[in-house]
Design a protein. Structure first.
Length: 266
C-alpha cells in the first residue's frame, strides 16, 4: 500500500511544484499584509473607514474585514493541493486501471491508499498553514493563533468534504470522466450549503469582492451580523471536522462497494 501512495504522490509532482511557488508567495504577501495592516497604508485605510459615518462601521467590523482577507491567504496552501483528479487521470493515461485488479493487494487497501494519498497532501498543507499562523499571530493583532487555527481546520475540513465526494464520483464514473466527477462534487457541496442555509457566506464574499456596505443588522457588540459565520468557523471548527470525517468514511465505504462491483479495477 505504501507503494501505491508513493505512486499517487508522484502523479501530483507538477501540482506539488505549484504548491511550493504558492507557499512562497503566500508567506511573503501575508507577512507584508499584516505589517501594512498594523503600521502601513492598510492601517490608515482602516482609520479612514471608521471616520466616515456613512460606512456605519465599528472597530470590530474593520478588524473582521481585515481578518477575512488574511484568512483567504491561509486557504491558498490547502487549495493548491486540492485537485485530486490528476491522480485518476495519470493512472488512466498510464493504463494502470487495466492492471490494477491483478495486484496482490486487497481492494480495501487499494481504495484506502487513494484516500490516504489525498489526505496526506491536505495534512501537509495544514501543517504549513499552522506554522504560518504562528508567525502571523505574533506579527498582528487582527487574529489570535486560536482563531487562525479554527479557520485552518474549518477550511481543511470543507475541502476534505469536497475531495471525498470527488474521489467517490471518480470511482463511480471511471477513467476519462474526472471533470464530470468534479462538477458533480461541486453541485453536491452546493446542495449541502443550501440545505444548511449558508446565505451569510455570500454576503461576506460580496463585501470582500465588491466593497458592498455591510448589512444594517447588528450584533450585541455593535458589529455587523454578517461576521457570525466567521465566529462559527473560528470557534466551532470541530463540527466541520466531524462532518468531514463522517463524509470521508461514507465515501470510502461507497467507493469500496463500487470497486468490488468492478472487480477491483481502479
Amino acid at each position: 500500500m505504501k507503494g501505491l501512495i508513493y505512486k499517487d504522490i508522484l502523479c501530483l509532482k507538477k501540482q506539488l511544484m505549484l504548491f511550493c511557488f504558492v507557499l512562497i508567495g503566500v508567506v511573503i504577501v501575508s507577512i507584508m499584509y499584516v505589517l501594512s495592516a498594523k503600521y502601513g497604508n492598510l492601517a490608515k485605510i482602516g482609520v479612514q473607514m471608521l471616520s466616515e459615518p456613512e460606512n456605519n462601521l465599528t472597530e470590530i467590523d474593520v478588524k473582521k474585514l481585515g481578518s477575512s482577507v488574511l484568512a483567504l491567504f491561509l486557504l491558498l496552501p490547502i487549495a493548491a493541493v486540492e485537485d485530486i483528479t490528476n491522480v485518476f487521470m495519470q493512472d488512466g493515461k498510464a493504463g494502470f486501471h487495466k492492471v490494477s485488479g491483478m495486484l496482490p493487494v486487497s481492494i480495501e487497501r487499494r481504495v484506502l491508499a487513494r484516500f490516504l494519498s489525498v489526505y496526506a497532501l491536505f495534512a501537509m498543507g495544514v501543517l504549513i498553514d499552522l506554522c504560518l499562523a504562528v508567525i502571523l499571530s505574533a506579527l498582528t493583532d487582527l487574529m489570535t493563533f486560536a482563531q487562525l487555527f479554527g479557520l485552518i481546520i474549518s477550511a481543511a475540513s470543507a475541502m476534505s468534504i469536497f475531495s471525498a465526494f470527488a474521489i467517490f464520483f471518480c470511482f463511480l464514473l471511471g477513467y476519462g470522466k474526472e471533470q464530470y466527477a468534479v462538477m458533480l462534487s461541486i453541485l453536491t457541496v452546493i446542495v449541502f450549503a443550501i440545505l444548511l442555509n449558508l446565505g451569510k457566506v455570500k454576503s461576506i464574499l460580496l463585501v470582500i469582492a465588491e466593497a458592498q456596505a455591510l448589512p444594517a443588522e447588528k450584533r450585541t457588540d455593535g458589529s455587523s451580523s454578517v461576521w457570525g459565520i466567521f465566529d462559527f468557523l473560528e470557534e466551532k471548527a470541530w463540527i466541520l471536522l466531524i462532518i468531514a470525517v463522517i463524509v470521508s468514511i461514507l465515501s470510502y465505504g461507497a467507493s469500496l462497494m463500487i470497486e468490488k462491483r468492478k472487480r477491483g479495477v481502479i
